[in-house]
Every structure is written in C-alpha cells, then in structure tokens.
Design a protein around this ligand. Structure first.
Ligand code: DGY
Length: 321
C-alpha cells in the first residue's frame, strides 16, 4: 500500500502527478490556508506532508499526528518547523536549498535597484498623471555603482548577490555568524568580513539574507537603523521578523535612512499598515524565488525529499538539528 501524504498548499500539477505515482495524495489545489486544528485533522494517518511556510510544524501538532514521518518544506527557510520537536517525535524534515540561489539573488538586485532609484514611487506618480515636465531634482536617489554593498547573512544566496556586484564596481562588506573561506570571499567580489556595526556604518546599501531564528529576530531595530547612513537603503529578502517594523517605519518617515525594499513581513500576508503611507518603501509579496523555473525546481526538490524519506532513503536535503 502506498503511504498517505498531504500536500498542504496548491502546487504545480505535474509535481502532484509525480507524487500520485508514489503516494496516496490528499491535495489542496484550492489553496486553503489551514488553521492549526485543520492541519492536524488533515494530517491524521498521513506519513508525510509537503509544506510551505504557512504550515507551522511544532510540538503541539506533532503530538496529534503520531503516524507522521516526514515534513518536506518547499522553501530554503524552515523557521515554520520546530526541528527539536521533529527530532523528539522521530520526524524527518527537509528544505529546498540551492535551487533558488540565483533567482533570489536576481530579485534582491531588482528590489535594491527599485528601492534606490525610486522606480515604483516614480511610476505611481506618473500613473497618477503628475508628470508634466522634466526637472533636475525629480526622484533623485543614491547610486548603486561604485558604492558599498553590505550583506548580512553570507550564505549561498548572499554570495550570489555579492558575485553580481562586480559589474557595478561595488565594494562588498559582509557580516555572518562566521567568516566564510578566503576562496569564497574572493568569488564574492573580494568581500570583507566586518562587524555588524561596521557594516551598518559603512554600507550604502544593506541587504538582509540571513535565516530567521529567535536569535536573529530584530537584527535591525532602532539602534541599528540609527547608525546607518541617512542616504542608505535597506533591502530585506530574508524573513520579516528580522526587522523591527515599527522602528523601520519611524526611520523611513523621518528620512533617517533613504529607503527600504521589503519582500517579507513578520505576519505576512498581513503587514504594518503604516508602510502604505510611505513613499520611500518598495513592498513586494514574498516573491524573491518566484521565477517559473525556480518554483518548479523547488516543488520537485521537495517531492524528491519526500519520496526518498518515505521509501527508506536519506532525503537529499535532510535538516539536521
Ligand atoms: C524560501 O525558500 O525560504 C523563500 O522565502 C520562499 O518561501
């Protein structure tokens, strides 16, 4: 008999067909967001789940679903999964690293450039019919080329962002839990390892690409914003909770930094309504990995992990405690 799984959110039909070859599949192509109680109910008797960040996999859930053996997250981030609780319940968990590095790095650049060069703000102004002449000081913003890029979180996505900066003749500084190897630094446009404070003081453009954990919550709060340059931009591709939104809104409103580009929010899809009152913030709906090719690769990667894990093999992207 095939093991039963839940595909917790809508997914590419071709990946669903693949999963049907291996499993009894309960799918959710209507893309209902399950409450914790509904998720527990759907998971009853299931050996696996293909999940996204909207499914909280914690001790409270795991206690209710003793048959569960494997959680395959369709994301590189896995802050929705309590790994110690999974380990205590004998549940394997996996993520989808690498397949999204380059696409996410592309988007990081797009968001940083839109933020610095005020692309969405000026487009809204144009669409509102306000453009009646050219003026020397309309929509001035900081340059990207020749500036200093500060990357917080120098994993594979951070390194892919840094590599792209060579074409812009930028200096790259980074902060990370630990220094990366000299070889990787060389490939990352000769990035220099600095303290968080030095990075915030020096960078013209700060890019957040670090994983979320209780320790990284509010990595950027009032004290950090206070030492950034008033001309600097902040781009967040990581997770919303890494930035203290209230402090960021105050800094943007008072022009203590130039602008921010945010693809992620702490309680997404909800976000602080005051962001909508600001011109100097670019807001996007968690789409950094959203190219057709990459989202399909992520879904297939999650499926590969689930298929391996539930057939007695080690999932290729098994997460370790
Ligand atoms: C990830 O892979 O973690 C992206 O943020 C998409 O959820």
């Amino acid at each position: 008999m095939k093991p039963a799984i839940l595909v917790a959110r809508a997914i590419f039909p071709e990946v669903l067909s693949r999963l049907h070859q291996h499993f009894e599949v309960e799918s959710n192509q209507d893309d209902v967001i399950f409450t914790p109680a509904e998720l527990a109910q759907r998971l009853a008797g299931k050996a696996g789940i293909l999940a996204t960040g909207s499914a909280r996999i914690d001790a409270a859930l795991l206690q209710q679903v003793p048959e569960l053996k494997m959680v395959a997250n369709m994301a590189v981030g896995y802050d929705n999964i309590d790994l110690p609780a999974c380990s205590a319940h004998g549940v394997m968990a996996s993520n989808t690293p690498d397949v999204l590095n380059e696409t996410t790095a592309d988007f990081g650049w797009a968001l940083m450039m839109a933020t610095a060069r005020r692309i969405t703000e000026s487009e809204h102004w144009l669409r509102a019919g306000k453009w009646n002449k050219w003026r020397y000081d309309y929509f001035l913003g900081p340059d990207l080329h020749g500036s200093t890029l500060g990357i917080i979180g120098m994993g594979r996505i951070g390194q892919a962002i840094a590599r792209r900066s060579t074409g812009f003749n930028m200096r790259v500084i980074y902060h990370n839990r630990s220094r990366i190897t000299p070889e990787l630094e060389a490939q990352a446009n000769n990035a220099s390892y600095v303290s968080k404070e030095e990075l915030l003081r020096e960078a013209d453009h700060v890019m957040l690409v670090l994983p979320y954990s209780p320790a990284s919550r509010h990595t950027i709060a009032a004290a950090e914003l206070a030492i950034m340059k008033p001309t600097a931009t902040l781009t967040n591709l990581a997770r919303g909770g890494i930035v203290d939104d209230v402090a960021l809104i105050a800094a943007l409103r008072e022009k203590r930094i130039a602008a921010a580009g945010l693809d992620v929010f702490e309680s997404e899809p909800k976000f602080h309504p005051d962001f909508l009152t600001l011109d100097n913030v670019v807001l996007t709906p968690h789409i950094a990995s959203a190219s057709e090719k990459t989202r399909l690769a992520m879904a297939n990667c999650a499926a590969d992990n689930l298929i391996a894990g539930l057939s007695g093999q080690v999932p290729p992207n098994l997460l370790k405690l």
